[in-house]
Design a protein around this ligand. Structure first.
Ligand SMILES: O=P(O)(O)OC[C@H]1O[C@@H](O)[C@H](O)[C@@H](O)[C@@H]1O
Length: 244
């Protein structure tokens, strides 16, 4: 009916890039942050942060994991620091806080738009009686859902704040999605995961969920399949029959 196996009774949606167009805003803030960091460290001929760096090392992961993963891909290790570090601090938390300032500025300037096809899909999932959770690595998940006016669809939210409080492992580990299924009271095999990030579809596969939908927002359909997507769509509305 809405493009899912019969056994599925719950949907676990990633947020940035699946329900809202905010993945591009995160990517932009990360690029500014890392390019400034690398320029200061290596001088004017620094090697810039690329879209590929974002997709491989940062996309979908909790903030501090993204900092660590990307820097380690360039052979750089920083002290962890503390979440209260100022954005100027040369620590994992400092770099993450700098990016958070930037992304919040960008979101405030441009606003948050839900994808029209995703809103239609949420409406169809509700009509079909499916349970709905949002599972996002972002500590800004609640604010983004509210700004997109999607909060009313969501029965449970596992976000970057919950992940930290409960000491869950970030995507590509399945922990946050497993917590989402548990919050809805369903077994993983009865839940579908919706993800645009390679780390996210990998988490879906690792958690043995009933179905993993890869949402192709960055021309990486093949990689989404390789990392664990059972099906890949360009837009969630592609899963809906004509009558929905
Ligand atoms: O820095 P935040 O808002 O806590 O978000 C962490 C991550 O959240 C994910 O949803 C995004 O795909 C990443 O780009 C982002 O880095």
């Amino acid at each position: 009916m809405i493009g899912l196996p019969e056994a599925v009774s719950a949907c676990l949606f990633d947020l940035d890039g699946v329900l809202t167009g905010t993945a591009a805003l995160h990517r932009e803030a990360w690029k500014k942050t890392f390019d400034a960091f690398l320029r200061e460290r290596d001088g004017a001929d620094f090697r810039p942060f690329t879209d590929e760096d974002y997709l491989q090392h940062v996309d979908g992961r909790p903030r501090a994991d993204g900092v660590r993963e990307f820097l380690s891909s360039r052979g750089i290790e920083l002290p962890e620091g503390d979440p209260s570090d100022p954005p100027s601090a040369g620590t994992v938390n400092g770099v993450g806080n700098r990016k958070n300032e930037l992304v919040l500025d960008i979101i405030a300037q441009r606003g948050v738009d839900p994808y029209p096809g995703s809103r239609r899909y949420l409406e169809a999932a509700c009509r079909a009686g499916l349970k709905i959770a949002v599972v996002t690595s972002s500590a800004n998940g609640r604010a983004v859902l509210e700004a997109a006016d999607l909060t009313g669809f969501v029965e449970a939210r596992i976000d970057g704040i919950v992940i930290k409080e409960r000491k869950l492992r970030g995507k590509p580990a399945p922990d946050s999605f497993l917590a989402g299924a548990e919050a809805l009271g369903v077994k993983p095999e009865h839940a579908a995961v919706f993800e645009d990030a390679l780390s996210g579809v990998e988490a879906g596969r690792a958690g043995k969920f009933g179905f993993v939908v890869g949402v192709n927002r960055a021309d990486q359909a093949g990689e989404l399949r390789e990392h664990g997507a059972d099906v890949v769509v360009d837009d969630l509305a592609d899963l809906l029959g004509d009558h929905e």
